[in-house]
Design a protein around this ligand. Sequence first.
Ligand SMILES: Cc1cc2nc3c(=O)[nH]c(=O)nc-3n(C[C@H](O)[C@H](O)[C@H](O)COP(=O)(O)OP(=O)(O)OC[C@H]3O[C@@H](n4cnc5c(N)ncnc54)[C@H](O)[C@@H]3O)c2cc1C
Ligand code: SF4
Length: 325
Amino acid sequence: MLMPPFELHHPTSVEEAVSMAAKLMTAGEAFDWVAGGTDVLPNYKWRINPKPHVISLASIEEAHSTSSNEIGCMVTLDTLTTDPSIHPLISEAASKVASSLIRKSATLGGNLCLDTRCFWYNQGEDWRRSIDWCHKADCGTGADCRVIPNQNTLCVATYQGDLAPNLMVLGASVMLIGPHGERTIPLNEFYQLDGMTKNVLEEGEFLLKVLLPDDAGKRIGSYQKLRVRESWDFPEAGIAASWIPGDVASLTIASTALESIPRQHDEEVTNHLELNNNSFDINSLASELYDVIKPVNNTALPPRYRRTMIKTLTRRAMKALMQEE
Ligand SMILES: Cc1cc2nc3c(=O)[nH]c(=O)nc-3n(C[C@H](O)[C@H](O)[C@H](O)COP(=O)(O)OP(=O)(O)OC[C@H]3O[C@@H](n4cnc5c(N)ncnc54)[C@H](O)[C@@H]3O)c2cc1C
Ligand code: SF4
């Protein structure tokens, strides 16, 4: 498949990237950010919302820095699996993304900003035309959503990134920067429950780095992923859990690949610990998560199976935490 033509821009500093974005916005020119390109470029080849301009973040030195509590958006997943300063849970999650070849190019920022996926959407152009498109790429036809029919206001495409739930359970924040300045927000407030909007990034804004709190280093964690082929597939369901050993109240759990956003389950965990006098019962905790997560039918495996696996993955994650304690 041929790549559609676009103009590639290579800013060498954050300031240059932001002013380039502002200029394109003023000129009314659409653009995408590109990092490793392992998701956005295959999508372009499938004519999935290609833009005339692409701004690469690859030459921005600041975006490549790593330490135990700050990780630049351009750090590759391969580096996350090998750098000793990276938290073991992040390394474990990164090692489960795609294949070793893809991890050499794929980045942290691209993983967190990954487009949502749906089997009515992640298809070639002719295939999508044959079903008269869908709401997320309606090509001006006003097409309906194919998953929740008879409506074209909501997109329930699934977020299938692996790193987000793991960073959430470690308490990560993200630094965003754009023409209106810089802001830092908790990662669990970054995503928006809409398969098209996806996250709170404003036009011209990009994710510069991930910040981890001081106590992240005291935490241990586990990530359990369901996928079709262990060799490289996207998650069909994922549960991450973490705590500071000896401190049950520090337990955090997050899920991915089950909704349009990765979700941190603070309310469910807090209610569970309160009802159980600050202790937990793995089976009932797993059932409580099962009750609140409702995947839809738009990925490779049936939603009923993916939902049932929430219990299994939660049990496995909790058992792994207890064994490591
Ligand atoms: C065969 C295959 C298997 C895969 N399996 C998995 C998997 O198991 N798990 C998984 O999580 N992913 C998987 N992926 C998806 C992808 O490879 C990874 O998520 C990767 O980390 C994306 O990073 P990237 O740098 O290549 O992103 P890019 O493709 O460069 O960008 C992805 C999106 O993020 C935006 N973006 C990139 N960086 C930033 C930034 N700093 N700020 C704002 N927006 C930004 C881009 O505009 C684009 O919309 C797979 C891909 C393939 C092709
Ligand atoms: S959820 Fe609906 S609108 Fe969104 S990509 Fe799938 S079919 Fe299209």
